[in-house]
Design a protein around this ligand. Structure first.
Ligand SMILES: NC(=O)C1=CN([C@@H]2O[C@H](COP(=O)(O)OP(=O)(O)OC[C@H]3O[C@@H](n4cnc5c(N)ncnc54)[C@H](O)[C@@H]3O)[C@@H](O)[C@H]2O)C=CC1
Ligand SMILES: CCCCCC(=O)CC\C=C/C=C/C=C/[C@@H](O)[C@@H](O)CCCC(=O)O
Length: 251
């Protein structure tokens, strides 16, 4: 997918990984609807980016992805402003095990909500233009995270949901081509506000630009559907998942 003229919706775009995703999409010619619950930070980012990119290629919309109403309105605003939606990056997320129900509502339910909204808008069989959905999971979505059992559950859930949706989209292509791909990205530690608010952190950190470049790869490479791409310091790799042997329930 060439990005020039394409429209992306990025959640959690006001800082961190979401801001880095927004910048690399703008740099590669896309228009971006930045969504975030943090209005002040979101407006500040758009003001700063408008100095480097054409202001009519971006918009900020305050949106809490836990709200169906706010998320639907934000999608509608993006469609009205830019004419359609080609890319969704479900990036918004949090880490707070003391707020575990809120974390599930944000990290998992919020991203599922965004995915289903995108399927409606992108679906070629319903007048859409097709597109690609990137769900930001985590390395903790592929293995246990001692310090974050519920966080890890939300990110495992997101990998499972993304793989299931993408396999479904691939399976129905012969009957009703949605023209939509879905992939997960699984970063290791990245120095952002989310991490800086967590005290006991160890481990090596990937760079924001590395994560953004991996997301760009998943967006532009139309052969990628149902993938989980790991990106850690100085390394990236596509996860190979066990396939169930149809004749038995053994992987
Ligand atoms: N920083 C890291 O080490 C890693 C982060 N991730 C994931 O990357 C994504 C982004 O994380 P960071 O950039 O590190 O976090 P961050 O805290 O720096 O930025 C997150 C952004 O999302 C927004 N947000 C949070 N909840 C929201 C909601 N309910 N509705 C709308 N916006 C909301 C925040 O206002 C903030 O602007 C998250 O899904 C996180 O789980 C994954 C692996 C590693
Ligand atoms: C502690 C809060 C972190 C919140 C932000 C993140 O998501 C950071 C994720 C970084 C590290 C997670 C590490 C998990 C490691 C193990 O589960 C390991 O088993 C993962 C193996 C993945 C693989 O190699 O396929």
């Amino acid at each position: 997918m060439a990005l020039s003229g394409k429209t992306a919706v990025v959640t959690g775009a006001a800082m961190g990984i979401g801001k880095a995703i927004t910048e690399i999409l703008l740099k590669n010619g896309a228009k971006v609807a930045l969504l975030d619950k943090n209005k002040a930070a979101g407006e500040s980012v758009v003001e700063a980016l408008s100095k480097e990119y054409e202001p009519d290629r971006m918009l900020f919309r305050e949106c809490n992805i836990k709200s169906d109403e706010e998320f639907k309105a934000a999608f509608q605003k993006a469609v009205e402003t830019f004419g359609g939606i080609d890319i969704l990056c479900n990036n918004a997320g949090m880490f707070d095990e003391s707020e575990w129900e809120n974390m599930v509502s944000t990290n998992l339910v919020g991203s599922i909500r965004g995915t289903y909204l995108a399927l409606e808008h992108m679906n070629k069989s319903k007048g859409g233009q097709g597109g690609v959905i990137i769900n930001v999971s985590s390395l903790a979505g592929l293995g246990p995270l001692l310090t974050g059992p519920v966080y890890s559950a939300t990110k495992h859930g997101l990998v499972g949901f993304t793989r299931s949706i993408s396999h479904r989209l691939a399976a129905i292509i012969s009957t009703s081509d949605y023209g939509i791909r879905a992939n997960a990205i699984c970063p290791g530690f990245v120095q952002t506000n989310l991490i800086s608010e967590i005290k006991s952190q160890t481990g090596q950190f990937a760079h924001l630009v590395d994560v953004a470049e991996c997301i760009l790869e998943l967006v532009t490479d139309e052969t990628k559907n149902g993938e989980a791409l790991v990106v850690v310091k100085d390394s990236k790799f596509y996860v190979t998942f066990p396939t169930l042997d149809k004749s038995s329930d053994k992987p």
